[in-house]
Design a protein around this ligand. Structure first.
Ligand SMILES: [Zn+2]
Ligand SMILES: [Zn+2]
Length: 273
């Protein structure tokens, strides 16, 4: 990933759903039924697509809806991706992507912490010839264009842990993608300070259960976290069928829900989103 200068980062939301997506196969709640009719609540598994206009795009996570997401995007190839963790909703599309690379007679690069790539290799031992594993510990300083990329480990509650990614431009612009986390320690919150934009996973609006029994923040906690770390703008993703896109939740002006196809621009200069 080469370095250049003065590039805004365009983030496209490819999916904003939780691990089951919406509609959930088994469920006939009002939100799932509305989604079944092709409505506003259709949610595919969470993933984003980054572009500076000067670099080949960068995919973040490659879940089971990858094929559909590429069709919707109109993209025929992916040259590189970052993975947050090795749960199926984030890696379920890797075998299909590897197969596509075989037909295109190309190789692509898969960046993630070594332990994540280890889990990927256990699940999909045959894809390594097409999706070249790039453990972050060995990749050296990682950049997307001029944007420096940093990964850090975050609590994922009863699901163990995941990683989040922060992107920083030398002119001060920054954003973080943290789709699967809960109950972050002070140390884990540190990389969320000084951001221009936070994209945070929140499955439910409000969960009555103790954090120790859950795996993601809810929306109310997500708003609190955003205020705590001082991010001027937050977009919630990784949502379950609990969130009804037709409903007005009275979110503050600096917070909104991600939608499939939504485009966010992070200015290379500080604070402009
Ligand atoms: Zn997930
Ligand atoms: Zn439902």
């Amino acid at each position: 990933m080469s370095a250049s200068h003065h590039q805004d980062l365009i983030i496209k939301v490819l999916g904003n759903g939780d691990s089951l997506g919406t509609p959930r196969v088994y469920c006939e709640c009002a939100v799932c039924e509305e989604a079944r009719g092709g409505g506003l609540n259709v949610r595919r598994r969470s993933s984003i697509w980054l572009n500076t206009g000067e670099e080949a795009p960068l995919l973040v996570d490659c879940g089971p809806d990858w094929r559909h997401q590429m069709e919707r995007l109109g993209a025929r190839r992916v040259e590189r991706a970052l993975l947050t963790h090795a749960h199926v909703d984030h890696i379920g599309g890797l075998a299909e992507w590897a197969d596509a690379c075989r037909w295109l007679e190309m190789t692509a690069e898969l960046f993630a912490p070594a332990e994540v790539l280890h889990d990927v290799a256990t699940r999909y031992p045959w894809i390594g010839g097409r999706l070249l594993h790039r453990p972050l510990e060995q990749a050296g300083d990682l950049f997307y264009g001029s944007w420096a990329i940093r990964a850090w480990k975050v609590n994922h509650g009863k699901n163990g842990y995941s990683y989040a990614y922060r992107f920083d431009h030398p002119d001060g612009g920054s954003f973080a993608y943290c789709p699967d986390s809960i109950d972050l320690s002070d140390e884990q919150k540190e990389p969320l300070r000084g951001l221009s934009l936070l994209i945070l996973g929140t499955s439910f609006y409000e969960e009555p259960y103790p954090m120790s029994t859950r795996s993601l923040y809810d929306v109310k906690e997500g708003l609190q976290l955003t205020e705590e770390v001082g991010a001027p703008s937050v977009v919630f993703t990784h949502m379950s069928h609990d969130i009804d896109a037709r409903r007005d939740y009275g979110l503050p002006a600096w917070a909104r829900f991600a939608a499939e196809g939504m485009e966010l621009r992070v200015s290379a200069a500080k604070r402009g989103v």
